[in-house]
Ligand binder design. Sequence first.
Ligand SMILES: [Zn+2]
Length: 521
Amino acid sequence: MRRLLLRIPPRLLSIPLIALFFVAPARATISYQLSLAHPEQHTFHVKMTIPDVKDSVAVQMPAWNALYEIRDFASHVRQVKAANESGPLPIEKLDKQTWRITGGGTIVISYDTFWDEPGPFATQLNPEHAFINPAMILMYVPDRRSEISNVSILDIPEGWHVATPIFLGIEFTPMTWRFKPSTYDGIADSPFEIGKFDRFELPELSPKISVVIHGKMEKRQDFETKLAQICKYELSLMGGAPYEKYLFIFHVGEGAGYGGMEHANGTAIAAPNENVLLSISAHEFFHLRNVKRIRPASIGPVDYTKEQYTKSLWFAEGVTSTYERYALVRTGIWPKNVFYAEIGRRIGELEARPANAWQSAEQSSLDTWFEKYPIYGNPDHSVSYYTKGSILGVLLDLWIREQANNAQSLDDMMRAMNEQFGKTGKPYRDREDLEAACSQTARISCKEFFDNYVSGSKPFPYDAYFAFAGLKIRRVVHTSPQIGTQTSFEISEDEGANEKQKRIRAGILTGTTEKAAAVAH
Ligand SMILES: [Zn+2]
């Protein structure tokens, strides 16, 4: 079924902000009103109402969210004002992201914030659309983040529609669009796409998965079919859906930005063309377990004011990339040769960086906050935890299958993590719980693997490990005056592989194990 949702009635247009300034919320709860008036000015007009203030209240703007990077969203904020029923109130700025308002009762804070950056990690308002990562434009009260708050959006241009993962149980009055009340962190995790977009639901998926596309897509039917295949595969792998409904927001076209951002009940993805959308989708959809629900204790609860250090991004991001490629080959969207070539390419990418000799997967995770400095991207300074982690995922899988005679796999480790942490909401302790889940799955200690390749930076044992699956790695050295010497890694199937090697190879490619076969051994 395809449908367009949420046509905005013209009577909602151009509600003067002043008329709403002192309208008390229906219940005594923090509420946000967001005006999109004059989108050509790229400025959101925000009004935050805070009830039950005793003598003073501090409000903060996050320094970061989503990307592990200090971006100081307060630098976009202008003209902060505050008032209560008695009139304007004094405001003191305490640091780069904190304001203190002196006064009591119900306090209304208003400010403008300018945003015109494309992409899933940013926020943009222009005559084409609005895309909002709420943590970039909404302030919070530090000790009231867990309070259930309301968001309303006003002055939506005529003909624009609204899509957001928290758009359940919408409450509509002539003056406001009010979204499902949520905590600040819940609101921060629900991006909004507001504009003229195409919206449809993926076939044969329950609970519903909706797709919103802003931009042009040439092969939409084909894309829709394949995206549904990926979602079905990943849901079956992890034992069903952990959401009531899920939303994909796609921005496609030149200038749309690039990348994908995971959220608990949706994702926002952008790319200049549609070719890469499926692999980004496979990655982001897997995040709905790995990182959104199977979550390291080191990054929760979020501290929006400063860096939050975790050693687990190699697993949260890198192993999610392993599954992005597994999903593509296991659904048949990629032939196996494309899968082998992709792994070979990633190994080449990692091995070309001198920093691989000393920067471990855990260190790369901790140093993610350096990524905004150009020097850190230098091959002598860093490796990517995406690349190193995605290869570690394959090596772990090969090792577990070898130890367990292909009766257990990385899939079982993921499912064990999901049972223990994803479903219970308990966060995992970085290496400690990952190593325990690995050892429990492989039925042998994974300590040495973690010492050598996760916490340590020993060279990866490609030949020995790929041989577990009857795969050979050929190193091809290229030399030219322009690029110097480069080594590429070509993975191929060993014709002489034995039965066990063939079974492990088939297991990697199809996601199967042989629990029955293991019992016989
Ligand atoms: Zn990711």
